[in-house]
Design a protein around this ligand. Structure first.
Ligand code: CO
Length: 134
């Protein structure tokens, strides 16, 4: 079921400042910021060859990463995203295995225009897991 690592996401308090670190200090190519109001975040991606880094900044009231940044004000690793071939089949398999799918259980369209789901960190070694249909 589990495919390749699509990205590792890092929550940041200041997307412009974090982008500058990746672009100027680390010499990486950073995409333009993309607002995702349905997910409560603004994102950029950094292609590192074998996977991507996603930088996330809160967007709007009640952003799902606001509480995370309140606990880790300088930012930190927020989730990992694995690719799956069929997100509905993956969801049904996970639910049947007792894993908790966040939200209403239905995929939302993610930053790459593909369906995504998030899985409860308590069911995956304390790590928030995103699944993206490849
Ligand atoms: Co993500």
């Amino acid at each position: 079921m589990l495919g390749r690592l699509n990205h590792v996401a890092i929550a940041v308090p200041d997307l412009a400042a974090a982008s500058a670190v990746y672009r100027d200090t680390l010499g990486a190519k950073v995409t333009e910021p993309q607002a995702l109001p349905e997910h409560g975040v603004t994102v950029v991606f950094i292609d590192v060859g074998n996977t991507k880094i996603e930088l996330l900044e809160p967007l709007g009231e009640g952003s799902p990463i606001a509480a995370f940044l309140a606990k880790s004000p300088s930012g930190g690793m927020h989730h990992v995203c694995y690719e799956v071939d069929d997100i509905i089949a993956a969801r049904d398999h996970l639910k049947a295995s007792g894993a908790r799918v966040l939200g209403n259980g239905n995929p939302k369209i993610g930053a790459h225009g593909k369906p995504v789901l998030f899985l409860h960190p308590k069911d995956f070694q304390g790590t928030l897991v995103e699944l993206e249909q490849a």
